[in-house]
Design a protein around this ligand. Structure first.
Ligand code: NDP
Length: 327
């Protein structure tokens, strides 16, 4: 038997709670992992509360991330005892996930735990941090350098935002952090933000084109915020868009793209190819300051997951949440 968060949906409604499950109930897979830590991302919040259509099969063990040790394997490249990390691939959505003491998965989904990180640190990073790195890599790929000018991070106090601020600052960019939480200004400055702006400046419907300000941007918010960010990009700037915390809509126009050569670079972590994942983790090991990671992280046990998921969706959680699945 093992402990897990279980999401159920039936006549009694949508609900999530910690329960004991039989190992025999685990889904198919060629690798079984003894989970040490998992995390809570925005998507986990949606899955656990039912506020978004994330879970595709019930009952579901949520958790799009996990770090642990291989307990059994019939995969040629993965051995018992290997330390591994999993992010995405639909785990926690259509296949039982990481908010459990045990997981059975496809070996091809796993990447080795980077030597630079403990399992807890890898989960403090989690999908949010790995996505922040994918966003930074997208800006780099499109030629945004620190010399081009200020870069904006929206949803800056959240998980993706916090890691993006820390990474961009470390790489020498002048980072402007957009947040709805002025009380987190000191936190964001410590992570490396040069300036804090109120997210209200970006949240309402705006002009098709605004004054050019940003050389690059990481947007975790979507909707009017993303439209306003695109409208205020400098000539040939790039926006890495990964999130929808304000909304899934994109009420923009082609003006920034056809008149200013702006690039909108979409970032998806779930199905990102393995080579890109390995590169993102290699870069995280190189660029992410361990003290800043610790500053943005707080730890909970499995029993606190459901309440914390609700708090996260309400914007009451700062930075990253790491889950010790064994307490
Ligand atoms: P968090 O909840 O940790 O962060 C989201 C942040 O967005 C909040 O902290 C808040 O920041 C801001 N925010 C929340 N609500 C609103 C609103 N109504 N209007 C404007 N800003 C708002 O989530 P994560 O960091 O885990 O994820 C961020 C987004 O990125 C999510 O939408 C998530 O689904 C997406 N995502 C996408 C991935 C991909 O592969 N494309 C992978 C990972 C995440 P503040 O208080 O500072 O304003």
């Amino acid at each position: 038997m093992f402990k897990a968060v279980l999401v159920e949906k039936d006549e009694a409604g949508y609900r999530a709670g910690v329960t004991e499950l039989d190992e025999a109930a685990l889904p198919e897979g060629d690798v079984t992992v003894r989970v040490a830590y998992s995390t809570l991302n925005y998507k986990d919040g949606l899955a656990i509360t039912g506020k978004g259509p994330v879970v595709r099969k019930f009952p579901m063990v949520p958790g799009i991330d996990l770090a642990g040790r291989v307990e059994a394997s019939s995969h040629a490249d993965i051995s018992v005892g290997d330390a591994v990390v999993l992010n995405g691939w639909g785990v926690g959505e259509g296949h039982w996930g990481g908010l459990a003491q045990l997981a059975r998965l496809k070996g091809e989904w796993l990447v080795p735990l980077p030597a630079a990180f403990t399992p807890r640190q890898a989960m403090a990073i989690g999908t949010a941090g790995y996505t922040a790195m994918l966003c930074v890599m997208a800006l780099e790929r499109h030629g945004v350098t620190p010399a081009h000018g200020e870069v904006l991070v929206t949803g800056a106090s959240g998980g993706v935002g916090s890691v993006a601020v820390a990474l961009l600052a470390k790489l020498g960019y002048t980072v402007v952090a957009s947040t709805g939480r002025p009380q987190e200004a000191e936190y964001l400055t410590t992570l490396g933000a040069a300036e804090i702006i109120d997210r209200a400046q970006l949240a309402a419907p705006g002009k098709l084109l605004a004054k050019e300000r940003w050389a690059g941007a990481v947007d975790t918010v979507g909707s009017h915020t993303l439209a306003n960010v695109c409208a205020s990009m400098k000539y040939r700037g790039t926006v890495a868009a990964c999130g929808l915390a304000q909304g899934m809509d994109f009420p923009s126009s082609v003006a920034p793209f056809i008149l200013r050569g702006v690039t909108l670079a979409g970032v998806d972590s779930v199905m990102a190819p393995r080579a890109e994942r390995l590169e993102a983790w290699r870069r995280l090991a190189q660029e992410l300051d361990a003290a800043k990671l610790e500053l943005m992280t707080h730890e909970i046990g499995l029993g606190e997951v459901v309440d914390t998921a609700a708090a996260l969706l309400e914007g009451r959680v700062r930075g990253r949440v790491v889950v010790d699945v064994n307490r």
